[in-house]
Ligand binder design. Structure first.
Ligand code: WQD
Length: 340
């Protein structure tokens, strides 16, 4: 079975991707420094896939540890690089922490595998588009000045990857631009595990529904949208995970070489208020929310043109908003009875 390194493999998207890699017959090798994930996810993954995946705990910024890893695991065929800090707000407060971690981990990885004919999948983000001029936004849209150091690290990382292809350090790279990943695995054994107060909308919704938070604040209802609240393209994390397998398959095909980038969204936009209603309808749980001031750094509306992903990545999202909300709720209920 082809060995695929999954950095950040105990994180939210990483863990769901480990499951889909096993389902597709790959052998995932997890690297995670547990700075933004929990070791308990390894046991949860074991329950889902039926065996304990190979796991190495170290920081990719530690070149010595990474060298030891590459000597131990020498027959790697691909890398899926999730490991990065991703809190937009925190990146504004601590930009150097974000530039150091997110960029050094990438350049260390590329150096460690320089010249090797392996597939490299990079976890990018729709944040690189900023507020697009045209919606839905496609992969040829101009990358706009980042709205946060987090978004900037994703833009810079994409440039580093293109330069690595040009120099021959990297041979095959696909950058996947995520829209808004939400939801949880159908077993409710893995899902989003925000540390502290959730920054993102859906975990805040589920924690309010379970009683951990008093109410949700909708950050602004005076935007130029159908109900005044911001629009995003919410995509089920399992659909997102399957796209990483599709990216590996594309790079295994003989005609792929060099660098490419794909949007991972549903192609539909929903407002914050629509998500709140969708959650209530999917779960029967009434949510307590209020309208508050806008959150700085928020773009008004963004959703993806996913034509290229359907045509060239041979992938499209299949799970709807109801399943996203119901699975996120099932996971929150599981967590309340089985704290990790
Ligand atoms: C969604 C909408 C908020 C919380 C970020 C990253 C992006 C990606 C996904 C990594 C916005 C509103 C939120 C709340 C609210 N991360 N909201 N009340 O900011 O679109 O994207 O996470 O890949 O790169 O930028 O996601 O879930 O924080 O916000 O009204 O308590 O919900 O204003 O309109 P965001 P989000």
């Amino acid at each position: 079975m082809a060995k695929i390194v999954v950095t950040g493999g105990l994180g939210y998207i990483g863990s769901h991707t480990v499951v889909e890699l096993v389902n597709a017959g790959y052998d995932p090798i997890i690297i995670d420094d547990l700075s933004n994930s929990q070791a308990g996810i390894l046991d949860q993954l074991t329950k889902i896939i039926g065996f304990k995946p190979t796991f190495y705990q170290f920081d990719l910024c530690d070149e010595k540890k990474l060298k030891e890893f590459t000597e131990k695991e020498s027959d790697i065929e691909g890398i899926i690089h999730f490991a990065a800090f991703k809190a937009v707000g925190e990146s504004v407060q601590k930009p150097l922490k974000y530039y150091h971690n997110n960029l050094l981990s990438l350049t260390n990885l590329l150096s460690a595998y320089s010249g090797k004919d392996i597939s490299f999948v990079f976890s990018s983000s729709c944040t690189v588009y900023g507020q697009p001029d045209v919606l839905p936004v496609d992969e040829n849209a101009p990358v706009k000045p980042a709205q946060s150091p987090y978004g900037n690290t994703k833009q810079i990382a994409e440039e580093i990857l293109k330069d690595a292809i040009a120099s021959g350090d990297a041979k095959k790279v696909i950058a996947l631009r995520y829209f808004n990943p939400v939801g949880a695995h159908e077993t409710a054994l893995i899902g989003e595990l925000p540390i502290g107060v959730p920054q993102n909308l859906v975990p805040f919704i589920t924690q309010t529904a379970i009683g951990k938070r008093n109410k949700i604040t909708v950050f602004g209802d005076d935007y130029n949208t159908k109900d005044g609240s911001c629009v995003r393209d919410y995509i089920h994390v399992v659909d997102l995970a399957k796209a990483h397998v599709a990216a590996l398959k594309l790079m295994e095909s003989n005609y792929f070489a060099g660098y490419d980038v794909f949007n991972l969204g549903t192609g539909n936009g929903n407002t914050v208020l629509e998500i709140i209603i969708a959650f209530e309808n999917a779960t029967g749980v009434k949510l307590n929310y209020e309208i508050g001031p806008r959150r700085s750094g928020d773009v008004e509306q963004v959703w993806g043109d996913v034509t290229k992903s359907a045509k060239e990545l041979n992938w499209k999202a299949e799970l709807g908003i109801d399943t996203m909300m119901a699975s996120a709720w099932a996971w929150e209920q599981y967590l309340s009875k089985n704290p990790l």
